[in-house]
Design a protein around this ligand. Sequence first.
Ligand code: ATP
Length: 371
Amino acid sequence: MVTTVSRPPAGIALRGLEKRFGDVVAVHPLDLEIAPGEFVVFVGPSGCGKTTVLRMIAGLDDPSAGAVWIGGRAVEHVEPADRDVAMVFQSYALYPHMTVRENLAFGLRMRKHAAADIERRVSRAAGVLGLEALMERRPGQLSGGQKQRVAFGRAMVRDPQVFLFDEPLSNLDARLRADMRREIAELHARLGATMLYVTHDQVEAMTLGQRIAVMRDGRLQQYAPPLEIYRQPANLYVATFIGTPSINLVTGDIVAPAQAAGRAEPSPCLVAGRLSLPLASQQSASRRVTIGVRAENLRVVPPGDSDFTSVVHRVERLGNESLVHLDGPLDDPWIARAAADWAGRAGDAVGVRLDRQHTLWFDAGDGRRLE
Ligand code: ATP
């Protein structure tokens, strides 16, 4: 009979992990370390390979190359059931004919846990997840959020070394998603378990992840804590994927002082439409760059004392702030954050100032961020 052992959380290492389906490379060789007890979110658009990574860790897909290490052992030859990981799916995968209590206990019963142990684990999960009043109901009598909680509970009772979540909240409405996000974060804080979470939702990634792995077309773009991803994105792709409203971009040429003589610029500067931005001296000349400025790093000011002149198209009043839609340096729309009671209106001629410290520079060719 199996008795309870509360194991310490396990770290995970992915070494050259790769997956091909025929000609499709779902995951290009991936190297990644996840610390014991860490909450890591894989984020990216549909088809970027994030679910495949999770499935290889769980043992549901075999890697084409490379290895998964869990808790210091390579698990290549370890069956999914013996990997000590528990996966929670978007679909909940509850048994409709069983009560909540039976759903929670089922896996343990199959693994021949002692009755008292099952009871103890089920009660604990029910307590942590607030399911006590629902124990005799069947899934058909539960709301989406309650079903999702039962699905978490089924993972929890196993006391796994690693939790894997595959888009667990995507069936829920916005309000409930926000509630469940909080619950998952609390669950992680309480259990201290290693958790891997897959989502296409950048807000979920930012709010839940201690580190975020941003994926695109089967390739890891960046692996870093949320603020670093936001403030120092590795490339244009990450910069645009993360953040709402989307980062404002403009591409222009760096013009050397001689060429810029007509504009009386003493140092090289970036010229993009109406914007002319002097460079710090160490920045290299003669290349095409894209700059990115987040909405909160723009200031709408009276025309004149500004980096470029613009026209307001629309003001979105969100209650706590206003989003000012305006012409960017090349007329593509840009969005600036302003105070809730910002006095401007559509049609106003304004100036826009960029916060130099938070302006991001990218190589316009390959999209890499330039230091
Ligand atoms: P989603 O959010 O839509 O689930 P994802 O980022 O999780 O997307 P994966 O499901 O990992 O992406 O798929 C990655 C790529 O591998 C996709 O191009 C997909 O079509 C392909 N793929 C996944 N599973 C298979 C399979 N069993 N057979 C063939 N191709 C597959």
